[in-house]
Write a protein that binds this ligand. Sequence first.
Ligand code: UD1
Ligand code: MG
Length: 455
Amino acid sequence: RPLLDPVPPLPALHASLGFSIFALLGTLYLVPALGSTFVCAGLKGRDLLKVSDDPIPESLGLVCASLYILLLILFTPFAFSDVFTHHIEESVRKPREGLVVSEFPHYQLSVYLSSLLSLLIATMLGFLDDVFDIRWRHKLPIPIIASIPLLMVYYSERGNTDVVVPIPLRWLFGSLLNLGPLYYVYMSLLSTFCTNSINILAGINGSEVSQALVIALSVILNDLLYLPWPIGFRIALPLHLLGRPAEVDVGGVWHAGMAYGSRVLVERHLFSLYFMLPLVGVCAGFMYHNRYPARVFPGDTLCYVTGMAFAVVGIQAHFSKTLLLFFLPQIFNFVLSCPQLFGLVPCPRHRVPRFEAETALLHPSRAEFKDRLPSHLATIVLRIFSWFGFVELAEDPHTKTIMSTTNLTILNVFLLRFGPMREDSLVRVLICSQVAGSMLAFVVRYGLAGLLYDG
Ligand code: UD1
Ligand code: MG
């Protein structure tokens, strides 16, 4: 490992904050400025939940993704600014020896560059999907391929493939279970899940970008817990009271001699912050234009690039399980959607709620069993969902065969449980559920985990 100054590279964090402000201002300005260019290029869509037929510029996520990736590329030297400072100090101290290149943290550079590569592939895939409407069976494996550079870098550091077994299961598996190659399968599936799960929880103004924003803020909050804060500040952060996994004795100042394990943790979470802060910038800027009533649409590009950014930090900074906890609404929506995604229940092109023009309210939309009757398995699954109150079924009064069901999405579940509502209210409910999910995630990760795991 390179022996760098163990004081966290604060200047890089300040630069990252500056880049994020630039990301915010850039998106605020560029998205409306480029909207008409997108319409001219045929990238436009109709707002399905409005009366008006005006074309709305679509795929503006491409502007966000391009700005985000360009800023991350520009930020590369800043991420290694402590190395430059160290080299300059060394060359002043020992002018005869020249630049000590062997001490450059090549591993961290490969982490950074492979992450950029994955983000670029996600952007390309998202944009191709916007233009060509790629089929599900074709677009599912692409993020898996995009994750190979990440997995290689993970492997090159002899990445951990052990999982700590919860105390009640230890009699069966022991305290550590090595998943080996299965762990890599899990991580590549994580990238496909993160990229697609935001895209299938979409269709109402602001939904895609607000999910990304809340998840990014949650990841940032989690990262901040691992930085060696001065004691006074640490106590001011209430989450620290829940107990912190990487306890570092900071003694009231930025710590100057951290243990190796803690230092690696700090580096990983700094890396995550470098990727999440500008993401918050672009998402906040885009949300301003995409909020109800939307003046632009994100397209699949935004869903894919934000999803891949989360997969990248989850894998590279080694907190994929905590990351998944921030995806609770998406996991619920995915599990609920499975019968439609895998062909058990008919899946219309759009599963967005149904808009009633007279009242301007949204109602649950339906999928009809038109050409074929539901299979035995589909009937069982739908009846279970109906028992939980997740769907509303329409049956043939004589044969009791299911004729139609409400579409299997979390948005329709909200409309079923809380009644018809306006589009802006529904997106607020979605944001609240995402925030509540993140709060639960923190309680599970830092509160309840102590009951299942020791230490
Ligand atoms: C996914 C969903 C689909 C949903 C669509 C909406 C699955 C399997 N697919 O498909 O059910 O209808 O997203 O994004 O769950 N739109 C609006 N208002 C918005 C955002 C989008 O009306 O706030 C409409 C516009 O017509 C826009 C279109 O959705 O053109 C974009 O759909 P697209 O992203 O191509 O759909 P998919 O991602 O394939
Ligand atoms: Mg989409």
